[in-house]
Design a protein around this ligand. Structure first.
Ligand SMILES: *[C@@H]1O[C@H](CO)[C@@H](O)[C@H](O)[C@H]1NC(C)=O
Ligand SMILES: *[C@@H]1O[C@H](CO)[C@@H](O)[C@H](O)[C@H]1NC(C)=O
Ligand SMILES: *[C@@H]1O[C@H](CO)[C@@H](O)[C@H](O)[C@H]1NC(C)=O
Length: 190
């Protein structure tokens, strides 16, 4: 259902989000379904020390969001440079609050993929820019009134790869811990 909804709603093809969907299944005890309470556990602020019950009611935090909201000043769009800088600044904040925050290749890959996805879904998967007025995080609704339309171009791992690479480069990232090797499939290890 999730994979089909991603195609119908956003033209995001399964190869782009299959890994996130599988992780979603790991967020709860049921092997075939997941829900928002479980997913919330995957989207904690990286320095969170709260218990799950408190986390499930985590409000939108304007201060946290301001890093993204204020990115790419002077123009009306976000791009791979600003997305990378937002990642860099948010991580620096997290490390300032908790120097032991988990910061490995795994988190870096996921957040860079997530950044690539918002630029692709809210903007254009080939030009890699998203109009600021389309960014939906604050309103928590699709920006249809603001002129957003479903991408006509399928968003695939092929369209995502160059964009995510640019975001990674712009984020000037260094790990502060190592992680276990990341197994993406049989014989495919990062
Ligand atoms: C929002 O985040 C900031 C920075 O991480 C924190 O200082 C503040 O307490 C948070 N506000 C709320 C309402 O949780
Ligand atoms: C992103 O936008 C900024 C501001 O216009 C610009 O300086 C930067 O070069 C752009 N990045 C890319 C990859 O085009
Ligand atoms: C970070 O980890 C070290 C070593 O385990 C510990 O001594 C220190 O208190 C931790 N710092 C924070 C802010 O949790």
């Amino acid at each position: 259902m999730v994979l089909n909804a991603a195609i119908d709603g956003f033209n995001v093809q399964p190869d782009t989000i299959i890994l996130a969907a599988k992780l979603g299944l790991l967020s709860g005890n049921d092997f075939a379904t997941f829900n928002l309470d479980g997913l919330t556990l995957l989207t904690l602020p990286s320095h969170a020390t709260m218990r799950p019950l408190e986390i499930s009611n985590l409000p939108f935090n304007e201060t946290t969001f301001s890093t993204l909201a204020n990115a790419n000043p002077g123009v009306d769009y976000y791009n791979t440079t600003s997305a990378g800088q937002v990642q860099r600044d948010r991580l620096a904040d997290s490390i300032a609050i908790n120097p032991n925050v988990t910061n490995t290749l795994k988190e870096f890959n996921f957040r860079s993929g997530a950044s690539g996805l918002y630029l692709s879904v809210m903007g254009d998967p080939l030009t890699d820019v998203a109009p600021k007025k389309h960014i939906f995080f604050r309103r928590e609704r699709m920006p249809i009134e603001e002129g957003w339309k479903r991408s006509a171009i399928p968003i695939t791992s092929e369209t995502m790869a160059p964009l995510v690479g640019d975001i990674m480069a712009a984020s000037n990232w260094t790990p502060t811990q190592a992680c276990e090797p990341i197994v993406l499939g049989p014989g495919i290890i990062l």
